[in-house]
Design a protein around this ligand. Structure first.
Ligand code: MLT
Ligand code: ZN
Length: 487
């Protein structure tokens, strides 16, 4: 770790101008803390390049002095992935000024977006051209394309279209030596060996600075059918999903699981929400089925009728207007916010094989609540992807310090259970700072060895987003505070 010299700071200030360089503590403050308020760092300056060439020049200058860079988009990481450490030596590189949609070809279904384009702006631009970008998540009003690429973001449409990894057709990025990788061509076939694009997706900025991406667009939605369905168990939810897929094929784009506890939190804490069903059900699924433009709405009604007769569905409400559909989605999208308002919780983002998830959730919830009396499991989310947010709420009356106290033991226990089931401790949100120690503890040696070898090969001076994703080798001796290169 090297502090930037005054000469380097002066050079950067001259090159980037007042719009692209600041050391004013008031300008820096919002970007030195993550949006959840769990990680607080310090940076020597905030750099905001306005072009890929400026970004490359920044990296070249900093690489020469081994000065560390922390890339940042909308600062919406769930795992502290864009927050610098507390030393004050790193420079934050904000990609927000690189916010042009360079091109949008509706016929080819490709949009070339710079890293700082906000997700909802891409949604609007695609819609205006009669297409859509099929990835959406709660933070769509602030999350940026560069961050979504770098974290391989998921969201609520992964069921049909996959995560970011399946939607990125090409990438432009500055590598840690300052060279510009110009890989934006949307090639369907390309067999030139290691796929650098896929390596950069999900790398959390540790292998380079993504400056732009070519993204896949799909046909715009014609009509959508949205339903809230009451169910007896998580297993019934899984059986319902398979049945709906059998009846409607890939028209089923979203299938989100909501336990009664999560719905109650939303109804309690989020103004203007109301219960979708007359009688609360122990489990609920929010389902969206979509038809392309010009095609009739998917027959969700009919498909649900069959499931009702088969005893899978306890009750259902089908939205009869766009406003009702939005109200149902709001119930789902407000769960995290409501949970936060209710009190402390240990948050997890886990996956196991899709068909195992329903059983895993039931067994793991019983095990956690028995081992940590008073805790309450609130597991919700992307059941059809085998990924749920298996959050564990603190016992009534616990203070915020619970999360770092007993909450830590709860997380270790949950992660042990997931690992024993052959699953992942981070299905969607990434590793960042938050799960670094757990990845080091539980990752299999071959995976960890390859991760470190790749990092060492591409970023030998460890300047790109240090202290994230790649656990140090000598964790036991050095702890996590030292952001040195894995040796
Ligand atoms: C979600 O699916 O709602 C988010 O990924 C989880 C969260 O906000 O905690
Ligand atoms: Zn999620």
């Amino acid at each position: 770790m090297a502090y930037p010299s005054q000469a380097l700071l002066d050079k950067l200030a001259t090159m980037l101008g007042p719009k692209g360089f600041t050391r004013d503590p008031a300008d820096l403050a919002p970007w030195e803390t993550d949006w959840r308020g769990r990680y607080h760092g310090k940076a020597a300056a905030l750099l905001s390049p306005a072009s890929a060439e400026e970004a490359a020049a920044i990296v070249r200058l900093c690489a020469a002095q081994a000065v560390q860079l922390v890339p940042q988009g909308g600062n919406t990481s769930m795992v502290g992935g864009a927050t610098p450490d507390g030393s004050g030596s790193a420079l934050i590189v904000s990609m927000r000024r690189l916010n042009r949609i360079r091109s949008l070809d509706a016929a080819a279904g490709v949009a070339v977006c710079e890293a700082g384009v906000i997700l909802s702006d891409l949604h609007s631009a695609a819609l205006a051209a009669g297409r859509r970008f099929p990835l959406s998540l709660g933070a769509k009003g602030s999350a940026t394309i560069g961050g979504l690429v770098s974290t391989n973001a998921g969201g609520t449409q992964v069921l049909r279209f996959g995560p970011m990894r399946s939607l990125v057709l090409g990438i432009e990025a500055v590598l840690p030596d300052g060279s510009l990788f110009e890989g934006l061509a949307a090639l369907k076939k390309d067999n030139r060996g290691y796929d650098l694009k896929q390596l950069l997706i999900g790398a959390e900025g540790t292998l380079g600075l993504v400056t732009a991406a070519s993204l896949k667009l799909v046909p715009a939605i014609g009509e959508r059918a949205v339903a809230w369905i009451g169910l007896k168990s998580a297993e019934a939810a899984m059986a319902l999903l398979r049945r709906l897929e059998g009846a409607l094929g890939d028209a089923v784009e979203s299938f989100e699981l909501v336990p009664r506890s999560a719905l109650e939190l939303v109804l309690r804490h989020v103004p203007g929400t109301r219960a979708p069903l007359a009688e609360p059900a122990p489990w609920n699924a929010l389902v969206e089925a979509v038809s392309p433009a010009g095609m009739p709405a998917p027959k969700l009604h009919e498909a649900l009728g069959g499931a009702l007769e088969a005893g899978l569905v306890a009750d259902a409400a089908i939205a009869s207007s766009e406003a009702q559909a939005q109200d149902l989605w709001r119930l789902r999208d407000s769960i995290s916010e409501a949970e936060k308002k209710d009190g402390p919780a240990a948050k997890h983002d886990i996956s196991v094989a899709v068909e195992q998830m329903a059983g895993f959730m039931t067994e793991a919830a019983a095990a956690v609540e028995a081992r940590f009396p008073g805790t309450r499991v609130n597991a919700f989310g992307h059941l059809g992807d085998g990924n749920v947010h298996f959050n564990v709420r603190a016992p009534e009356g616990a203070g915020a310090d619970w999360v770092d106290g007993e909450g830590g033991a709860v997380s270790a226990y949950v992660h042990d259970l997931v690992t024993q089931a052959g699953g992942s401790i981070s299905a969607e949100h990434g590793i960042g700072q938050m799960k670094l120690a757990e990845l080091a503890r539980l990752g299999d040696p071959a995976r960890l060895g390859a991760l470190r070898a790749i990092k060492r090969a591409l970023d030998p001076a460890n300047i790109m987003n240090p202290g994230k994703l790649v656990p140090p080798f000598d964790l036991a001796q050095d702890g996590l505070a030292q952001n040195h290169l894995p040796s």
